[in-house]
Design a protein around this ligand. Structure first.
Ligand code: GLY
Length: 364
């Protein structure tokens, strides 16, 4: 099992560990038992993940003597709401959860963000543990302490920075991921290649066959590298005031596409389209050379992700979404642009007309 320690300031401890490996649930149970982070644990998960893995996870934790109860809710972005959060808080209350209880988030990004948000506000904050089951959650949302629920008009608008006690990344969960969800997660790995370590792009290309087979040792290597990049960025800017903003490469346009499609376009697909928009904007502003722009597009294409925005999406709707982005400052929308792969920067002065033209050009 691979361990990565994340040093942070927010939260009750100054650091926590990301544990990465295949079939690490027994190890997780032993760590929970020895750390005694809580007297009672509540396993929060969605219906699909519970059906696939819930019984096994509960069994392993209970065998170790831990007191664990499950709370299962419907999956999907619609659940990432303040309403679901209130309903879950009521359930915790009814079952007698108190400050000596902790939540375990078992699932993808929605489960992780929602559970962490609930943990950060329930009785003014209780401990939580992340057990991400998708690539997307394993390399991004489970690490770094961002918690969130959506508002009907914008994604992730309510949230806190609250670090987990630990993150357990069991690669065995990836065996049951539907193909679209698997590819979806590759978008965030490609992002790390583009913004920080272009060698990842080459390795994804060389490892195409291993990736197709979901080879555990290939996945362990690439996921651990992605986690190390995220850890380093979070450590240097926990509260998203500077360097951490580069993690939003592709997310500004991506979130707007996701929302405009009513979440029919998945997060990874939308981020892929958003990364293409950011690369094209970078080229148009004279920061990125055409061959480097093509490098970005081909890495996205090779990962099986889209490089075009569906023509069915209204560009004006996407632009309206951009104006609601929480990373906007006054009238300025901040974009993460590129000078070359591995060299991103933040630019606040992109005229909306140029964004409109870029979106038009990318429409299929
Ligand atoms: N997912 C972006 C961040 O954690 O900052």
């Amino acid at each position: 099992m691979n361990k990565i320690r994340v040093h942070v300031e927010k939260g009750s401890s100054s650091s926590y560990e990301i544990h990465i490996g295949t079939h690490i649930l027994d190890r997780m149970a032993l760590i929970l038992a020895s750390q005694a982070w809580a007297r009672r644990y509540f396993l929060l998960t969605d219906e699909r993940v519970f059906a696939l893995h819930g019984g096994r996870v509960l069994g392993v934790l209970r065998e170790t003597g831990l007191t664990v109860e499950e709370i299962v809710f419907p999956g999907g972005e619609e659940s990432k709401s303040i309403r679901t959060c209130t309903e879950l808080a009521e359930q915790l209350m009814e079952r007698g959860a108190d400050r000596t209880s902790a939540l375990i988030a078992l699932g993808g990004g929605v489960v992780g963000d929602l559970t962490a948000f609930l943990a950060s506000i329930y009785m003014r904050g209780i401990a939580h543990i992340q057990v991400p089951t998708t690539i997307l959650a394993q390399v991004d949302s489970s690490i770094g302490g961002k918690t969130a629920v959506d508002l009907p008009s914008a994604k992730n608008l309510l949230g806190t920075f609250t670090q987990p006690k630990a993150v357990f990344i069991d690669l065995a969960f990836l065996e049951t991921l539907p193909p679209r969800e698997f590819t979806n997660g590759l978008a965030e790995i490609v992002k790390y290649g583009i913004i920080e370590d272009p060698e990842i792009l080459e390795d994804l290309q060389k490892g195409e066959e291993a990736l197709r087979r979901r080879d555990p040792s290939f996945l362990a290597g690439i996921i651990a590298r992605a986690c190390r990049i995220k850890k380093a960025i979070v450590e240097s800017d926990e509260n998203d005031r500077g360097l951490r903003r580069i993690l939003n490469f592709g997310h500004t346009v991506g979130h707007a596409i996701e929302a405009e499609s009513g979440f029919a376009v998945s997060h990874g697909e939308a981020v892929a389209m958003g990364m293409c928009a950011a690369a094209l904007l970078s080229e148009r502003r004279g920061h990125l050379s055409p061959p480097d722009r093509e490098k970005v597009f081909s890495a996205i294409r090779r990962a099986g992700l889209p490089v075009r925005i569906p023509a069915s999406l209204d560009p004006e709707g996407i632009l309206r979404g951009l104006k609601k982005d929480k990373k906007k400052e006054g009238e300025q929308i901040r974009f993460v642009l590129l000078k070359k792969p591995g060299l991103p920067f933040v630019n606040g002065g992109i005229p909306l007309s140029l964004v409109r033209e870029t979106i038009e050009e990318l429409r299929a």
